[in-house]
Design a protein around this ligand. Structure first.
Ligand SMILES: [Zn+2]
Length: 354
């Protein structure tokens, strides 16, 4: 990906009311103090902090304060950069399992997790990963699925430096939680499946496992909406990549862009672009694309914190982040409304062409 010059970042706490920030910090501390032992489900029910007691302004549909607290937990030093196969990654898994359960997300085909093995691209060693998934059942078309993905793994610790991966991709993972919360309160027509993917940084392995052994038939998947790096932009620019491959999605993105609180741009999805500028295989939407499932990938251009220890909570741009998640919510509402149109326009997935 292309890099841009490095402007300095400030802690953008202008968005947060002091009381809400204080509650958020307290909840974060409570959670971090509690997390080390693996609790039983019964214990967890009493000890998970009641994040929903922090209320967002009425004008906002998503819970902005919860969003930022969740990101700060996932990007905390105690998660040790969430590298697949490490204790820090397992700690992130425990947090996400508690949150998926606490929100009341239903299992997918009876499963909360999808375990998978793979051989690392670089080290040629065998690794194990774990996707965490939950669904909000559709009210009129429960057998149609929109799969919303975000990877929770990151690079871990290198040379004693923690790569916290706040933007990449605690941001997308925390967004899954507030979006799921919204749709549990406002049920969609089609079923929404939320997947926190593992081992993206090791070669999109969680997404490969999902499409290789899908918990629901891929021909019933309307599309994939992937979130990866959505919390940091000094220029208020969010990309929705994928319309090059699925032009029938262009009017849907345009409709959202018209009223979006960020500059929503299309692009970064054409093979004619210079190497690195085509993001078609840059994140977990890639394997969905290869399997014939349309995708829209939401993300920002590379910034100075990209795959760098400075990708921390302090360096995200909170107001942009909240606006980006509101924009994704708008898009999901349009996709839910237009699911029939998308299903008619999309090609049959590769698995059914055999
Ligand atoms: Zn990423």
């Amino acid at each position: 990906m292309k890099r841009s010059p490095a402007p300095s970042h400030s802690i953008g706490n202008q968005l947060l009311r002091p009381a809400a920030m204080a509650s958020g910090v307290i909840l974060l501390l409570v959670w971090l103090a509690w997390v080390p032992p693996a609790p039983s489900a019964a214990e967890a029910a009493h000890k998970v902090p009641a994040l929903d007691t922090v209320t967002a302004p009425a004008a906002e549909r998503i819970a902005a304060d919860e969003l930022l607290v969740s990101l700060s937990v996932l990007a905390h030093d105690s998660m040790e950069g969430r590298r697949t196969g490490t204790e820090g990654n397992e700690r992130a898994q425990r947090y996400l399992l508690e949150r998926f359960d606490g929100l009341g997300l239903a299992p997918v085909a009876g499963q909360r997790t999808q375990a998978f093995g793979f051989v690392g691209r670089r080290d040629q060693q065998e690794h194990e990963g774990l996707n965490i998934m939950g669904k909000v059942e559709g009210t009129t078309h429960p057998d149609r699925y929109v799969v919303i993905t975000a990877h929770y793994d990151h690079l871990g610790v290198r040379d004693d430096q923690i790569f916290n991966g706040a933007d990449d991709n605690a941001s997308g993972t925390a967004a899954l939680l507030v979006l799921a919360d919204y749709f549990l309160e406002h049920p969609p027509a089609s079923t929404l499946i939320f997947v926190a993917m593992d081992a993206e940084e090791m070669g999109l392995q969680g997404a490969r496992a999902f499409v290789t052994d899908p918990p629901v038939p891929l021909e019933q998947v309307v599309m994939n909406v992937n979130l990866d790096m959505i919390s940091r932009s000094d220029v208020d620019e969010l990309y929705a990549a994928g319309t090059y491959h699925s032009p029938f999605l262009t009017p849907l993105v345009e409709e959202v862009a018209d009223g979006a609180p960020v500059n929503l741009l299309m692009g970064h999805d054409s093979p004619d672009l210079p190497p690195g500028d085509d993001w078609t295989m840059a994140s977990d939407h890639g394997p969905f694309h290869e399997a014939g499932v349309p995708f829209i990938y939401f993300g920002v251009e590379d910034h100075p914190g990209y795959h760098h220890p400075s990708d921390t909570f302090e360096n995200i741009t909170p107001e942009f982040y909240v606006n980006a998640v509101e924009t994704v919510l708008d898009f999901l509402l349009v996709v839910d409304r237009e699911a029939e149109t998308i299903l008619e326009a999309r090609p049959q997935p590769a698995s059914t062409r055999l």
